[in-house]
Design a protein around this ligand. Structure first.
Ligand code: 1HN
Length: 349
């Protein structure tokens, strides 16, 4: 315990007896718990962790023969942070899992208060329908399903499709604000042609007189190729950031802000030979390797990762990234926008 921390007062028989009596009236002494309630620094319960794609994929394919997408509603293997097992949380505020949809399957339409993102890891031929538009999904694409929008997934191709899901379910449940319902039919009607949102919002134009409404980006698919090209362009312009390499944030084209109110998403290029310096921030962050391989030091522990491996960096734990042998690209997401709007976010390079 540091000098700044509040020392827990001594226990005496009189005090113990008092605590027992007030406990029966649903009261407790703050001085017994103050030090763990108000900590001088974040003390995340979640731990640094890594999930190897090859291992998880094998279990996911096994799940594919045990249950259909229709019966499961969503066939997902949840990544349980080992520091907080059994809570469907990868960090203290976010949920993440790997979802499999097999050829011919439909994951039925539903909506919920939680916002979701997908980052496609394997396969082509699947789509997500959001707001009456079906968007096809290819590896590296980043797809949103904003809060309270009906969404269903389908696979009309001939190979399994796997993506990383990220949701703010723990935040929604912290506030006890969960609502959800199924669409009356398996799929929502298609009312807009594919490419509609991209043409309207993704070309540096907005429909004339457009007024921002809601907190989510109306552009709900961000293709890998142009995102990757933006990183390559950043790399041509100068030196990498010493901690982040060449890093960009996905933005809502109508506001310039985060694509969703609770979750920010990022893409970074780590050039071959990058030897990053430590960085920490209060937003526990989920990373997945979109390309290449390397390793990250998280709180002094080394995590070697390769294409499609997922790892998590808890709040305020220093992280550095290293790519001695190969250029790599990392996709990541965190609750940074929520922390920023609440005035809680901090970082330290
Ligand atoms: C959900 O709706 C999806 O729509 C995936 O694909 C994962 C995890 C928790 C709650 C809802 C999806 C989910 C989820």
């Amino acid at each position: 315990m540091s000098a700044q921390e509040h020392a827990k007062p001594a226990t005496t028989p009189e005090r113990e007896e008092f605590y027992g009596r007030i406990g029966k009236k649903d009261l407790s002494p703050l001085w017994e718990n103050l030090a763990s309630l108000v900590t001088p620094q974040p003390r995340p319960a979640c731990l640094p962790a890594l999930w190897k794609y090859d291992d998880t994929r094998e279990f996911l394919m096994e799940a594919g023969s045990l249950i259909t997408a229709a019966e499961a509603e969503r066939r997902v293997l949840v990544m349980e942070n080992p520091g907080i097992p059994g809570q469907s949380q990868i960090t203290g505020s976010l949920y993440s899992g790997l979802q499999l949809i097999l050829p011919g399957e439909i994951a039925p339409s539903h909506r919920h208060a939680a916002c979701a993102l997908r980052f496609v890891l394997e396969g082509t031929g699947a789509y997500t329908a959001v707001d009456g538009e079906r968007v096809s999904m290819s590896p590296g694409d980043f797809v949103l399903t904003p809060s309270w929008t009906y969404h269903d997934h389908g696979n009309t191709g001939d190979e399994p499709v796997i993506w990383l899901d990220g949701l703010d379910v723990p935040i929604v449940n912290l506030f006890s604000t969960s609502f959800a319902n199924r669409y009356p039919n398996e799929t929502q009607p298609v009312t807009r042609a594919e490419g509609d949102a991209l043409a309207l919002y993704g070309t540096n134009m907005l429909p004339f007189g457009y007024e921002v409404h809601g907190l989510n980006s109306p552009l709900f698919a961000y293709r890998y190729e142009p995102s990757r090209a933006a990183l390559a362009q950043l790399a041509k312009r100068g030196d990498p950031d010493p901690s982040h390499g060449f890093k960009a944030q996905y933005s809502n084209p109508t506001t310039g802000g985060a694509p969703m109110p609770t979750i920010g998403a990022y893409l970074q290029l780590l050039p071959k030979g990058f030897d990053g310096i430590e960085y920490r921030s209060t937003d526990s962050t989920v990373f997945v390797a979109a390309e290449g391989r390397g390793y990250s030091m998280i709180g002094g522990q080394r995590f070697d990762w390769t294409h499609r491996d997922v790892f998590v960096v808890p709040s305020w734990i220093p992280v550095s990234h290293h790519t001695p042998d190969d250029e790599a690209v990392l996709f990541s997401f965190s609750d940074r926008p929520a922390q920023q709007v609440l005035g809680l976010w901090r970082e330290q390079a």
